[in-house]
Design a protein around this ligand. Structure first.
Ligand SMILES: [Fe+2]
Ligand SMILES: [Fe+2]
Length: 248
């Protein structure tokens, strides 16, 4: 007879089965950037998302942005010594992260995650698909946060894409702060230092177009999200504007 407050399986009770250890994940992901780039359905989602964003007056959210976030997302994990598989998954998630805008801007992370799940569920291993959709669903600061290294890489890559080339109509620069800040950014570079484990967003801003203060006015939440994302990959986020470190 065991003590009433004793810890352990009571005598005679069935012993719970210990699940077999999960096999180690394979070296390569079951989906690649090339696979999603060549998929007509996913291409339609990206083109449609960009049309909706255009109609709503947002900056460019099409193939340029998708490819950029894919490539930077891959580099972040590759340079910080994560596995090739994780870097590939960040690449695919980065390419697809904004497809939910094809429906509406609100909750586009979550709707995008569901769209991608529906599209890829029969062709991608579940262990690869779930982190992809979690990264997509958590990439916006209003609705998510870095939930894995893959998710962190997508966030860092997405938020670093602030650039003049994203502005569709320069005539809006005077009346729209997002267009003005993007237009003022002449150079944008996400530098990943493997040894120091820092991820630095280096921006060159023409302050005759937009003051640095305006950048913070609209992007402070994003920068805080980047700081947390960098911590999720065991790194430190730095923001450097016109050569000056503003966030460290
Ligand atoms: Fe987004
Ligand atoms: Fe984006």
């Amino acid at each position: 007879m065991s003590e009433p407050d004793a810890i352990g399986t009571p005598e005679g009770a069935p012993v719970p089965e210990v699940p077999a250890p999960e096999p180690a994940p394979p070296d390569a992901a079951s989906i690649t950037l090339e696979d999603v780039q060549n998929d007509p359905e996913l291409s339609l989602y990206i083109a449609s998302a960009d049309r909706v964003m255009d109609a709503m007056g947002y900056t460019e959210h099409g193939f340029r942005h998708a490819n950029l976030v894919a490539n930077i997302g891959y580099q972040v994990l590759h340079r910080l010594d994560f596995t090739e598989r994780e870097a590939q998954l960040a690449c695919v998630a980065g390419y697809l992260h904004d497809v939910g805008n094809a429906l509406a801007r609100d909750a586009h992370g979550q709707t995008g995650g569901v769209l991608v799940y529906q599209s890829l569920r029969d062709r991608v291993e579940g262990a690869d698909l779930m982190p992809i959709i979690a990264a997509i669903a958590n990439h916006e600061e209003a609705e998510g946060t870095a939930v894995s290294p893959i998710s962190a890489a997508v966030i860092l890559a997405d938020k670093s894409d602030v650039h003049r080339s994203r502005v569709r109509k320069a005539v809006n620069v005077d009346r729209d702060i997002h267009d003005r800040v993007n237009y003022a950014v002449e150079q944008s570079f996400l530098r990943v230092d493997s040894d120091a484990r820092t991820v630095s967003l280096e921006l060159t801003i023409d302050t005759t177009i937009s003051q640095v203060m305006e950048y913070f006015e609209i992007f402070l939440g994003r920068m805080q999200m980047c700081r947390f994302a960098a911590e999720a990959v065991d790194a430190r986020f730095r923001l450097v504007i016109n050569g000056q470190e503003l966030l460290a």
